[in-house]
Design a protein around this ligand. Structure first.
Ligand code: PSV
Ligand code: MN
Ligand code: MN
Length: 426
């Protein structure tokens, strides 16, 4: 199923009368303050967030999984789902694949399909947290960290195969998230596990094409509950530095212990030019993978504030590869992704509205109250009319979620794919 400009224009006509006065009111107000509206709209139009192939079906917990009707059953289905979200929002112009879940059959056809929908291939992800059929050795006790060199070699070879697949599709980066860790004190020699991981990552890094980046993701716990080899940003940064210039740390918002100051981690990594990848989601307790912005929108804004500051001031840091890494247990995955994309855009635009000069001056004057006021003033601005305008100018939907529902897109997917479906890879 494909959406075209005609269908979207027709839908947009329903909302334009409400949108126009709201947009002009906000634009006038901000322009009077010296905000360059055109530039903000262009920035919104440029922001593209990759959708992970594993977020297009219903996720689950260890207690069960409730299938969502019309789920994608193949890589082609997943790409066309991302195409729908991208057509509605003009913000999801990339897909991130997980191997071996998404091994492409006909590479040429897959590339053509993606190109026809304006979708690029973002980072490819390796999977050494599950054993695959007919594997000679098991990842039960870890992969790149394993005490058994034969297991490490298997895991390294898998990463090299993932790079090969990515090369064929046009990806330019590899994300490594490891489940490696220990469940009980005494199980690991911490130093040996870290050293093995570093040696393995260096091997993978050296095998990457010269124009590729390596993203090293960290996570403090789960699936191992005593220790994780790459537990935090410091360990990830150390490993990235040991690999080389094109290795970076990847932040996943759910991969922190409660109350960690993530915005400060963003600032630290960007100052060092080492923030390469970014996974959005939200959480109340741990790696909950909830809809972005659904629980802690102010934290998301503070994080974006540091991202914007870093993008403007740290030219040594590449623009991070943005991705949503969420799991949809009870909502329609596509609706959930639409909500996440909008939450990302809202926090981004609010951060763009921060009066940076005023804030620097207030900080110099040590005016704590004013500093807080400046941040909160931006956060409390309803920026949705600007985001709608950006979508309108990109021929996307003024109201993606309402349009998705009005066109009964899920109903159409169910008609095409069936009512009981299991997304491939889950
Ligand atoms: C596991 O925690 C995880 O959610 C990581 O965030 C990875 O990015 C993702 O799975 C895919 O491997
Ligand atoms: Mn992640
Ligand atoms: Mn995670």
């Amino acid at each position: 199923m494909k959406l075209n400009a005609e269908i979207l224009n027709e839908q947009n006509r329903r909302f334009i009368k409400t949108h126009e006065p709201e947009y002009h009111f906000l634009a006038d107000k901000l322009e009077k303050r010296g905000v360059d509206i055109k530039q903000i709209i262009e920035k919104v139009q440029e922001l593209q967030v990759a959708i992970p192939s594993w977020a297009l079906g219903a996720g689950g917990t260890r207690f069960g999984r409730f299938s969502y009707q019309g789920e994608p059953a193949s890589l082609e289905d997943k790409i066309s789902d991302v195409g729908l979200i991208h057509a509605l929002t003009n913000t999801a112009g990339a897909i991130s694949l997980h191997i071996p879940w998404d091994v492409p059959g006909d590479v040429k056809a897959i590339k053509e399909l993606a190109a026809s929908l304006g979708i690029e291939f973002d980072a490819v992800n390796s999977n050494t947290f599950q054993d695959q059929p007919n594997m000679k050795k098991s990842y039960r006790f870890g992969s790149l960290c394993n005490t058994d060199s034969a297991v490490r070699e298997l895991a390294i070879q898998h990463n090299l195969e993932v790079i090969d697949i990515g090369k064929k599709l046009g990806s330019k980066s590899l994300t490594v998230w490891l489940a490696d860790g220990s469940n009980f004190p005494g199980q690991h020699n911490f130093q040996e596990a870290l050293q093995n991981t570093q040696d393995s990552l260096q091997h993978i890094y050296k095998s990457m094409p010269d124009d590729w980046k390596l993203f090293v993701e960290y996570k403090p716990y789960e699936p191992n509950f005593y220790s994780t080899v790459i537990q935090d940003w410091g360990t990830s940064l150390m490993l990235a530095e040991a690999c080389g210039d094109r290795a970076y740390t990847l932040i996943d918002l759910g991969h922190h212990l409660p109350n960690t100051n993530i915005e400060q981690i963003v600032a630290t990594l960007m100052m060092k030019g080492k923030l390469g990848g970014f996974h959005f989601n939200d959480s109340k307790y741990g790696d909950d993978d909830l809809t972005v912005g659904s629980v802690k929108p102010y934290s998301l804004f503070l994080i974006w504030n540091e991202l914007v500051y870093g993008m403007e001031n740290n030219s040594n840091n590449p623009i991070p590869a943005w991705m949503i890494d969420a799991s949809h247990n009870i909502k329609d995955p596509l609706e959930d992704l639409l909500q996440s994309l909008e939450a990302i855009q809202i926090a981004y635009v609010q951060a763009l509205l921060v009066d940076q000069n005023g804030l620097r001056e207030a900080q110099r004057q040590q005016d704590v109250t004013l500093s807080q006021e400046i941040l909160q003033d931006a956060f409390r601005t309803d920026v949705r009319p600007l985001i709608r305008e950006a979508r309108l100018l990109s021929n996307a939907a003024l109201e993606p979620l309402l349009t998705y529902r009005a066109l009964n897109l899920r109903g159409q997917l169910i008609k095409e794919r069936g009512s009981y479906t299991v997304a491939s890879g889950l």
